[in-house]
Design a protein around this ligand. Structure first.
Ligand code: AMP
Length: 418
């Protein structure tokens, strides 16, 4: 019988990679703390209508990419394709944002989208996500964008570009939408099949179609900035001013729409020059109507999600540091079978004292044990002599020197040297 492999588009994060992964998450955790964000852990599956209403019925995610199934109680359940809708749901359900209060929350974990797998695109992928709820002003947008940039700065990513846009609000977008429909109607023969279906349902999405012909048509489409209402125009100007005050450069892209329908006003992406076609390492924006679209009151929000898998690829490609690979400091070896028990006792004693220690539990010969010391700094050897003398032979594996240390002093001896 053939071995069962992992499903297409998923991958195993193995020990050779997982410590680097932990480095990224720890860096995110520290950065979030420095920006005043608190961590939340939310369900990986939610009711399907959270995403169909929140993310938008006409988005690619909802139409084609969700892992949706009926559970045993017959309810339609979806593996979360993104984090924002869940964070907003949790904020409303737990009253985190009542009476003008605001909430700054972050989270990380797996997301699921049935997309065509390629480099940097998986069906189970991981996102670090931060959301600021309850604040309508542009200062919150600037804080979120600066948080994304700061996280990448700390991780050492180079060659990044910040791209921003305003996608308007429920007041000005319908006017713009109509202008777009009229414009694209006149260029139907130049649009791809997908964009033809988007024409009536979601014409804004045509703007960021990757098809070359659609791109040419979109380049000459009516400019969203001419349609923004005063409030959106002022908000966008404030965001830009705020970014400039912090010394960030950015590029305006009037065709940046993003694949989720909940965005209002600010939309942004951080692109890497080292990622090929899937070049966005993070994306986000403002979503002032998301809370009301899932049945709550109007709670403004702004947030971002960063793809951990892609950050990892870029860091590897750019030779960024992941800190030190965790290693065991001490190998405790048994010289003869009689000391195997004592070896396990000493190993546990060291571990209790926060010293990373390893010993053999599979019955390896002394020679084989000494081959397994790897990059340890010390080997502690216990044989019948050591048991009789209540001592341990400690070998410094860097300089090869060996000393006999009283058993009761060995933990302190090692502690002061690793
Ligand atoms: P989105 O939730 O679509 O706004 O995407 C936010 C970020 O998540 C992107 O910039 C990517 O870094 C990452 N991302 C989105 N989809 C995938 C995927 N299928 N595989 C890997 N990373 C992804």
């Amino acid at each position: 019988m053939a071995i069962i492999n992992a499903p297409r588009g998923t991958r195993d994060i193995l020990p050779s990679e997982s410590w680097k992964w932990a480095y990224i998450i720890n860096m995110a955790s520290q950065t979030m703390k420095d920006f005043g964000f608190s961590e939340v852990h939310l369900p990986i599956f939610e009711h399907t209508e959270l995403f169909s209403r929140g993310v938008g019925e006409t988005t690619d995610i909802v139409e084609k990419e969700m892992y949706t199934f009926n559970d045993r109680g017959g309810r339609s359940i979806t593996l979360r394709p993104e984090a924002t809708a869940g964070v907003v749901r949790a904020t409303l359900e737990n009253n985190l944002c009542v009476q003008g209060a605001s909430a700054k929350l972050w989270s990380w974990g797996p997301m699921f989208r049935h997309e065509r797998p390629q480099k940097g695109r998986y069906r189970q992928f991981y996102q670090i996500d931060a959301e600021c709820l309850g604040i309508a002003g542009a200062g919150a947008d600037v804080e979120i964008i600066s948080l994304t940039i700061e996280l990448f700065r700390r991780l050492g990513l180079k060659n990044l570009e910040v791209v921003i846009n305003s996608v308007g609000c429920e007041k000005c977008r319908p006017v713009y939408r109509q202008k777009l429909i009229e414009y694209f109607e006149g260029h139907k023969d130049e649009l791809c099949e997908t964009c033809l279906t988007r024409l009536d349902r979601n014409p804004l999405r045509i703007l960021d179609c990757k098809n070359e012909s659609c791109g040419h048509v979109a380049d000459n489409a009516p400019d969203i900035y001419d349609s923004l209402c005063d409030e959106c125009r002022e908000h966008f100007a404030e965001v830009r001013k705020g970014l400039e005050r912090l010394g960030f450069s950015y590029r305006l892209n009037k065709r940046l729409v993003r694949g989720l329908d909940y965005y209002t006003k600010t939309a942004y992406e951080i692109l890497s020059g080292d990622l090929g076609s899937q070049n966005a390492v993070a994306g986000g924006g403002r979503y002032d109507n998301l809370a009301s679209s899932i049945g709550g009151p109007k709670v403004p929000g702004v947030g971002f999600a960063c793809g951990v898998d892609r950050v990892m690829i870029v860091m590897e490609e750019q030779g960024c540091s992941f800190g030190k690979m965790p290693a065991v400091d001490v190998y405790v070896a048994a010289l003869g079978d009689d000391s195997r028990g004592a070896v396990q006792v000493l190993t546990y004693e060291l571990r209790k004292n926060n010293i990373a220690a390893e010993c053999d539990t599979s019955g390896k010969s002394f020679k084989a044990q000494m081959k397994a010391v790897g990059s340890c700094k010390f080997a502690c050897i216990i044989g019948t002599d050591e048991i009789a003398n209540h001592s341990v032979s400690v070998k410094n594996l860097q300089d090869g020197l060996q000393e006999t240390i009283a058993y009761d002093d060995v933990t302190e001896y090692i502690k002061s040297r690793v």
